[in-house]
Design a protein around this ligand. Structure first.
Ligand code: GLN
Length: 497
């Protein structure tokens, strides 16, 4: 018998509607699974009472025929989203005691659609990282293990590491993630799940703790493409409280999702074939190409000539924006304050700022603030920040030109499978290299999804990425569904936690 925690978003929604089970049973099953999986450190706070209240409301609504699109579906919320009355830390000590008095638009949209909240999900501090190791609350463990029997603890990826682990370990049918330079897609790839970053502006950033505002986008992570479509539909929409929110209707992505890709032109960017990437990544990529060709798509080689500048461009722009956004944590308005004892006189305020920020931020966040303030400084602004903005425009133009000969791009999501905790944490550049395939679509604001596409020699999941034109989430979802159906990925981690 399938247990309730094996069900995804669509099956829970439909089962509750059809009376196959009660929403309360579903919520209780996930709450129990979360309690048993604390070793994974996926949640920063559990909110069973919230999930149960929403479940009871769903069961009552069923009786009165008032069901909403996500009635009965309990979800996990990344700790970057402000949740009213519920601790919101963004993975940082500086926000340890922060209980927002408001709800972020995206989490509010999900709750308004009838979803319940199982808890807040652990993440890299301020979403800066690719392994969840920069969290002030300790790393999240991946439920996956290498097949060599060594039992080395692996990263679920980052920054949405708690989100990814929770879905892969069946602690939630779906979760929110955020993606600034790959933080939905890379953890999805590492844990054998599906995650989509929509077009920049589809989801409101209001109430989402800011990292790099011109790049940050919310998106869903779930078991499959359909579940992502359902969740994204509930999350997206125009929000007058976010000046970069797109004032466009939200399409019915679920209704139109189809694996028919006949006649679609799938571009394979030649610059994504980079040295040093393991042969298994290439093998999975070739397999994905063959599957889409068999499905009737036309495969074309394309060129994105500025790809090699994407990573350095991202690692100038993201820290620059972060240094500005994080200036708000000054120990005055909200969050933690550290008051040095001897601080008196004219320098006292500065002493307080310094003590607060020194104690409140972790090493990676401090590194980004220093890089960001450096590239924005009067002497270096033109050489770094301004130059990076120009290169960003060239990278976006590469995609515009590619769309003349193709409709979608297919690439690997990440250059490796999940790595071990500690393997890259001492070397920031090695860590940043993880984002090589993810950041170009972020810089161009394009929709991109990661779908599980196979296993490596150690039995670990590998993902493929599909990138589409701005606003073509439907095209991305449809090609992803074609891959999902043809890959037939059924592997799941064996429970050891
Ligand atoms: N790994 C990237 C970084 O550290 C991307 C993070 C993200 O998308 N939030 O900046």
């Amino acid at each position: 018998m399938t247990s309730l925690t094996d069900l995804g978003v669509a099956r829970i929604r439909d089962g509750v509607r059809d009376g196959a089970f009660a929403a309360r049973e579903v919520a209780e099953a996930f709450i129990a699974a979360i309690e048993q999986a604390r070793a994974l450190n996926a949640f920063t706070v559990e909110t069973p009472e919230h999930a149960l209240a929403a479940a009871d409301a769903a069961d009552a609504a069923r009786g009165s025929g008032d069901l909403k699109p996500l009635s009965g579906v309990p979800l996990g919320i990344k700790d970057l989203f402000a949740t009213k009355g519920v601790q919101t830390t963004a993975g940082s000590r500086i926000l340890a005691d922060f209980r927002p008095t408001y709800e972020s638009t995206v989490s509010g949209n999900l709750l308004a659609a009838g979803a319940g909240m199982l808890g807040k999900l652990n993440m890299d501090e301020f979403a800066m990282g690719s392994s969840n190791e920069t969290s002030a609350w300790g790393p999240v463990l991946s439920p996956w293990r290498r097949s060599d029997g060594g039992n080395v603890p692996l990263t679920p990826g980052g920054s949405s590491g708690g989100s990814a682990s929770a879905v892969a370990a069946r602690l939630a049918p779906g979760v929110t993630g955020t993606d600034t330079g790959g933080s939905i897609r890379q953890p999805a790839a590492f844990t054998g799940i599906t995650g989509i970053k929509p077009t920049y502006g589809r989801c409101s950033r209001w109430g989402m703790v800011a990292f790099a505002s011109s790049l940050d986008q919310a998106g869903p992570m779930a078991r499959n493409v359909r579940d992502c479509a359902i969740m994204l539909q509930a999350m997206a929409g125009f929000d007058p409280k976010d000046s970069t929110s797109l004032d466009l209707p939200v399409p019915d992505w679920e209704a139109a999702v189809s694996s028919d890709v006949r006649g679609k032109r799938i571009g394979i960017p030649k610059e994504y074939r980079i040295d040093g990437v393991p042969a298994e990544i290439d093998r999975v990529w070739e397999h994905g190409i063959a599957l889409l060709r068999d499905a009737g798509a036309e495969i074309v080689e394309v060129s994105l000539p500025h790809t090699k500048y994407a990573l350095p461009t991202y690692y100038i722009i993201a820290p620059a924006e972060a240094s500005s956004n994080l200036a708000r944590y000054d120990g005055v308005r909200y969050g933690r304050r550290v008051q040095p004892e001897q601080a008196k006189g004219p320098g006292a305020l500065t002493d307080m700022y310094e003590a607060t920020r020194a104690a409140g931020f972790g090493a990676e966040v401090k590194r980004r603030i220093m890089i960001g303030t450096y590239v924005l400084s009067a002497g270096f602004y033109d050489a770094y920040f301004n130059q990076a903005q120009k290169v960003r425009a060239l990278i976006a133009r590469d995609f515009d030109r590619a769309w003349e000969s193709c409709d979608l791009l297919l690439t690997p999501t990440a250059p490796s499978a999940a790595f071990a905790l500690g393997e890259k944490s001492a070397d920031p550049i090695a860590m940043y290299l993880n984002d090589v395939f993810a950041v170009p679509a972020s810089l161009a604001g394009l929709p991109a999804i990661s779908v599980p596409a196979g296993l490596d020699d150690q039995g670990l999941p590998l993902g493929l990425q599909l990138v589409g034109r701005a606003l073509d989430e439907q095209g991305v979802l449809n090609a992803a569904l074609a891959l999902e159906e043809r890959v037939g990925f059924t592997a799941r981690p064996e429970a050891w936690w």
